[in-house]
Design a protein around this ligand. Sequence first.
Ligand code: KG4
Ligand code: ZN
Length: 398
Amino acid sequence: MIRGRWNRCENFMRMLGIETTCDETSLALVDNGISVVAHRIASQEAIHRATGGVVPSVAMLHHVQALPKLLDLLEEEEDLSKVDCIAVAHTPGLIVSIQAGLSFAQGLSLSLGKPIIGVNHVEAHAYSALMSYSDIQKDALLQGKGPYPALGVVISGGHTLLMRISSPLEMEVIGSTLDDAVGEALDKGARLLGLPYPGGRHLEIMAQQGNPFAFPCLRGGRSKDNPLAFSFSGIKTHLWRLLKLHQDSPDRDERSFKEDLAASYQRAIFEDIIAKIDVAIRQVRPNSIWFGGGVTQNCTLRTLIAEKNNSSSKVTEEVPILWPSPDLCSDNAVMIAGLGCHAWNEQIRLRVEGRSCYQGKLSLLNREFLTKVVASPKYVKKQTYAWSSNSTGRPQGR
Ligand code: KG4
Ligand code: ZN
């Protein structure tokens, strides 16, 4: 259920978000689930380039070192005692990296005397698109129609998901990958082509020089059971075979061969995603499409989708498309804090009604997380009292 206008929470809430699920450490302050007050991010990209991928223990160590530094920077900008709640990305991701964020959140919760809520990282990626537009822009895009049901398309290094979205807290997975995620497939392909980590961006640059139709044999995988399921392991092996054939008997300049291969590989992956979005549109009949995840930074993909939306075939039936802004494409704490506001509002509502904890559709850990880790009936009591007599929109009694 969405309360307030669009994605704006009806009660004032300042949320501190924490993101450490992979190799980006990020803290952010967000008001009402939409307004970004402060955002700090430390990327480990350069550190993991040497190993060609993320080493979990190294990632955890850097999260532990970066978190207090980012908090100091945030504190220089804003008074942290004004924070109402702490939202921490608690699933899915690298367990040791997540643990670094959870421990930090628990320490902060104790020192600030504020409650914690767990937020699903993938749900937050989908929500990030909604955070990237003002109400006016969204109104103009949707022309009077509500955004729901929305089709969520999360394409990142760890996930490839199609979701039916009924509200920021109601996301149902209707399609996912059987093996590699799309970002993972792009990164692995880039590595085979000799490009540095993380490869998606480098592959995009190389592909701009090549012919995307030079290797029509490259295609994404399909599943007989679910037309919305993705599979990218086959295309990766196919790329490896083509490279091997060329190495064994080179028939032309290696550079132009690799550029054509990069362009064809990327084209095949994006064509597959677009084809499955078409199927999902027929199934969900969405009023809007929300994209999220690191791969949405790819300009070629954005152009292809825009062309498809405007083409005479109108496969996407001109459904308004919401993209995350550049700073919200990859992992960030803004989206965690944003969705956390809705989750905490819902948590309060459920507690007031004497029902169980908020548990996002994908947030399998949340019930356990909230009851065991948050362990704070006193917070809920205090917040319930404050929120029930709220006239200014801002919680009182803090
Ligand atoms: O969302 P994200 O930052 O982290 C995960 O949650 O996984 O996504 C990272 C993924 C990587 O696979 C990276 O190669 C990919 O996003 N990526 C791109 C581009 N920039 C980053 N893929 C294609 N084109 C890009 N320009
Ligand atoms: Zn992510």
